[in-house]
Design a protein around this ligand. Structure first.
Ligand code: KIV
Length: 256
């Protein structure tokens, strides 16, 4: 699984062969320039998901439910999940949390909407967690995470993202789970992996978490392309004859 936020990024990851495209609320950070994901709204997510759906041909598109879109009550959560499917064209939704969101997961699943869970480092709870830190490092939080995974599975989640957890704990959860786990900063033993595409491609240059492998450095390549354009416009190397249109000489004479 990889993230996409618009038509071109969806085409790239779909053509590259991922099974699942996540329209992550990470769009708040890597596309909209916020410091965290908390400012992302339903309207932002719907707008971007529509473009991703237009750009994807094969992969399943998962809509990341933004902060407060599933917390107020089950009815509102179901209505918002329904908008993701009906208005934006996604095939599933993802939401953050464990036992506390299990009743919401159950309600959405009962309406026929597939739900992906997300536990470990859940960025929408960043203020409660005290920062972007590894989760489940002591016995009680590790046990709670195992129980959270079980609760999500029992509520009907079809897969569970494990974010920033020790690989050994991710392996235990994956071994116990009957639905696939998808790891991000959770080691090799998850059933699948996910990264933020803008991190993997090096488009987002501000920082990269430890678990990111950069497969390209597109930010630098794009800056260098723009620098070349600016220089070539400045010294009249661009546009060249092949980029221009011309008129017939006799018509030109009449215009003079
Ligand atoms: O928003 C996002 O991109 C995510 C992934 C990091 C799993 O939730």
């Amino acid at each position: 699984m990889l993230t996409a936020y618009d038509y071109p990024s969806a085409r790239v990851v779909d053509s590259g062969g991922v099974d699942v495209i996540l329209v992550g609320d990470s769009l708040g950070m890597v596309v909209l320039g916020y410091d965290n994901t908390l400012s992302v709204t339903m309207e932002d997510m719907l707008h971007h998901t529509k473009a991703v759906v237009r750009g994807s041909q094969k992969a399943m598109v998962v809509f990341d439910m933004p902060f407060l879109s599933y917390h107020v009550n089950r009815e509102e959560a179901l209505r918002n999940a329904g908008r993701a499917i009906q208005e934006a064209g996604a095939q599933a939704v993802k939401l953050e949390g464990g036992q506390e969101v299990a009743p919401v997961v159950e309600t959405i699943v009962k309406a026929g909407i597939p739900v992906m869970g997300h536990i470990g480092l859940t960025p929408q709870s960043i203020h409660q967690l005290g920062g972007f830190k590894v989760q489940g490092k002591d016995e009680s939080t590790a046990r709670k995470m195992i129980d959270d995974a079980r609760a999500l599975e029992q509520a009907g989640a079809f897969s569970i993202v494990l974010e920033t957890v020790p690989w050994q704990l991710a392996r235990i959860i994956t071994g116990k789970a009957t639905v696939p786990t998808i790891g991000i900063g959770a080691g090799l033993h998850c059933d699948g992996q996910v990264l933020v595409t803008h991190d993997l491609l090096g488009i987002f240059d501000r920082f990269a978490p430890k678990f990111v492998r950069r497969y390209a450095n597109l930010y630098l390549e794009m800056v260098s392309a723009v620098e070349r354009y600016v220089a070539e416009v400045g010294n009249s190397e661009f546009p060249a004859p092949e980029h221009t249109f011309s008129m017939k000489e006799e018509l030109l004479e009449k215009l003079k």
